[in-house]
Design a protein around this ligand. Structure first.
Ligand code: GDP
Length: 431
C-alpha cells in the first residue's frame, strides 16, 4: 500500500528528529523534518498550498513554545498528527443509513472509478452489520452492467433488480426500489450509468443519500471532480477507491477534504472486503506507523468491541500496565472480527513478523494457540505486566504440557507480549 510508504517516510523523518539529543533552538532539526514530510506529501500528490499551510501551522505551534520546555519533541509529534488530521478531515456525511429503516442510496461517478465494485462492497459491509441490503442496476448505457451487478448480488446472496429490456434508468430504479422495499430491504443501493443526464434524472427521485465515487489514483485531479459534485448539493458522501498501490492517494484524500466532501469509505483493493471506513484519526495513526494499535479502532472492530474497549487497551498500553489478561481479551475480540488479514500492519496488537498480513487462517490458529496457553496460566501470571520475569523454564514446561503445546509456543507468546508492550512504550516516549 503506497499510503503506508508515505506514512513510513513521515515517521522516519520524525524519528530522525527524535534521535537527536536536542531539538535545537535555531530550528534546523525541525526544518529538516518538515522538509522531508513536505517532500513525502508532495510525492503523494498533496497540493503544494496544502503542504505549505500545514508546515506553517506546525512552525507556529513550535515557535510559540516556551524555550525551556523539555517536551518539545512530543509537541512536534502531536502537531504533525493534528495537522495531518486537519488536512484529511473532510467532514461528516449528510445521512447515515439505519438498520430496519428503509433507505435508498444512489452511487454516481465517472466510468471506471470503481462505482459498481464499491456498491457491492458497500452492500457487503452493511450486510455484515445486520442490514438487509439489495442492489439495483440503473445503468442502461453499458451492455453487461446488469450481469456484473447480478453476479455480485448472487455472490453476496442478496436481492437485486435490473432489466435487459428497459432502457429508461429512472423507470428501472423506481420499480426496483418499490419491489425491494416490499421485500423488506432496508438499504437499497442503486448503481447508476456513467451518463450525467441519467444520473441527474435519478437524483430527481430524491434518494436518501447520493454517494460520489472518486478514483483515488488520479491524485490532485480529484479536486475538480469533487468540487463539481460538491456544487451539485445533493452529493452527501464520497468514496475514494484504488488507494492500494497508487502513489497519488494522499492527494485524492486531501483534495476531497479541501472541498469538504465527506469521505466515508476508501477502497484498498479489488476484493469485496478491501474496503475500509474512513475515519480520520485512526487513519492518520496508521499512516504514522502505529498500525498494530490503531487497527483497534479501524475496520469493523467497533461492531464487535464494546466502545470502551479500544480505549482500555490503548490506555493500559500507554500506562505500561499491559497484561496477558488484556491480550487474552483482545484476542477474543480479534477472533470475532471476521477476516483479519486486511490490516496494513498485520494483526492489531500483534507484531507483523509473527502475524504476517495475508495469512488469515494461520494467524487465527496462532491466536487460538496463544489463548489455549493462557488458559493454563495462573491469575498472578495473567495479571503481571512482565510475566517473562516470573516464569522459569520448569514453569514454561508445565504450561506447555498442560496446554498441549510446545515450550517454544509459550516462549513465543511471552515474547510477543513483551514486544507489544515495548513497542508501545517506545512510541509513547517518542511522543
Ligand atoms: P465503474 O465503471 O465505476 O462501475 O467501475 P468498476 O466497479 O467496474 O471498476 C473498474 C475497475 O476498477 C475494476 O477493474 C475494479 O476491479 C477496479 N477497482 C475498483 N475499486 C478498486 C480498488 O479499491 N482498488 C483496486 N486496485 N481496483 C479497484
Amino acid at each position: 500500500m503506497v499510503l503506508a510508504q508515505l506514512g513510513g517516510r513521515i515517521t522516519r523523518a520524525l524519528e530522525q528528529m527524535s534521535s537527536l539529543t536536542e531539538v535545537d533552538d535555531d530550528g534546523k532539526a525541525l526544518t529538516d523534518c518538515l522538509n522531508e514530510i513536505a517532500r513525502a506529501l508532495h510525492q503523494s500528490g498533496v497540493p503544494f498550498k496544502t503542504i505549505c499551510a500545514m508546515s506553517s501551522s506546525i512552525r507556529r505551534i513550535v515557535v510559540n513554545l516556551d524555550a525551556r520546555t523539555n517536551d518539545k519533541r512530543r509537541i512536534i509529534h502531536e502537531a504533525v498528527f493534528t495537522e495531518l488530521c486537519n488536512m484529511l478531515d473532510s467532514g461528516k456525511p449528510s445521512f447515515t443509513p439505519t438498520k430496519g429503516k428503509p433507505s435508498v442510496v444512489l452511487f454516481v461517478g465517472l466510468q471506471g472509478s470503481g462505482k459498481t465494485t464499491s456498491c457491492t462492497k458497500y452492500a457487503y459491509y452493511h450486510s455484515r452489520k445486520g442490514f438487509k441490503p439489495s442492489l439495483v442496476c440503473a445503468d442502461t448505457s453499458r451492455a453487461g452492467a446488469f450481469d456484473q451487478l447480478k453476479q455480485n448480488a448472487r455472490k453476496l446472496k442478496i436481492p437485486y433488480h435490473g432489466s435487459y429490456m428497459e432502457s429508461d434508468p429512472v423507470k428501472i430504479a423506481v420499480e426496483g426500489v418499490e419491489r425491494l422495499r416490499k421485500e423488506n430491504s432496508d438499504l437499497i443501493i442503486v448503481d447508476t450509468s456513467r451518463r450525467h443526464k441519467q444520473e441527474a434524472a435519478l437524483i430527481e427521485e430524491k434518494p436518501d443519500l447520493v454517494i460520489f465515487v472518486i478514483d483515488g489514483s488520479i491524485g490532485q485531479a480529484a479536486f475538480d471532480q469533487a468540487q463539481a459534485f460538491k456544487q451539485s448539493a445533493s452529493v452527501g458522501a464520497v468514496i475514494v477507491t484504488k488507494l492500494d498501490g497508487h502513489a497519488k492517494g494522499g492527494g485524492a484524500l486531501s483534495t476531497a477534504a479541501a472541498t469538504k466532501s465527506p469521505v466515508i469509505f476508501i477502497g484498498t483493493g479489488e476484493h469485496i472486503d478491501e474496503f475500509e471506513v474512513f475515519d480520520v484519526k485512526p487513519f492518520v495513526s496508521r499512516l504514522l506507523g502505529i498500525g498494530d494499535l490503531s487497527g483497534l479502532v479501524n475496520k469493523e472492530i467497533h461492531d464487535v468491541m464494546p466502545t470502551d474497549q479500544p480505549t482500555e487497551f490503548m490506555q493500559k498500553l500507554a500506562e505500561g500496565t499491559f497484561t496477558l489478561r488484556l491480550l487474552y481479551k483482545h484476542s477474543q475480540n480479534i477472533l470475532n472480527m471476521g477476516p483479519i488479514g486486511q490490516f496494513f500492519h498485520g494483526v492489531p496488537g500483534f507484531s507483523s513478523e509473527l502475524m504476517p498480513k495475508g495469512y488469515d487462517k494461520e494467524n487465527r490458529a496462532k491466536i487460538k494457540r496463544y489463548m489455549t496457553i493462557m488458559d493454563s496460566m495462573t491469575d498472578e501470571e495473567l495479571d503481571s505486566t512482565n510475566p517473562m520475569l516470573i516464569m522459569n523454564e520448569s514453569r514454561i514446561s508445565q504450561i506447555a504440557r498442560r496446554s498441549g503445546r510446545l515450550m517454544k509456543d509459550v516462549r513465543d507468546l511471552l515474547q510477543e507480549h513483551k514486544q507489544t508492550a515495548k513497542r508501545w512504550s517506545k512510541f509513547n516516549t517518542n511522543r
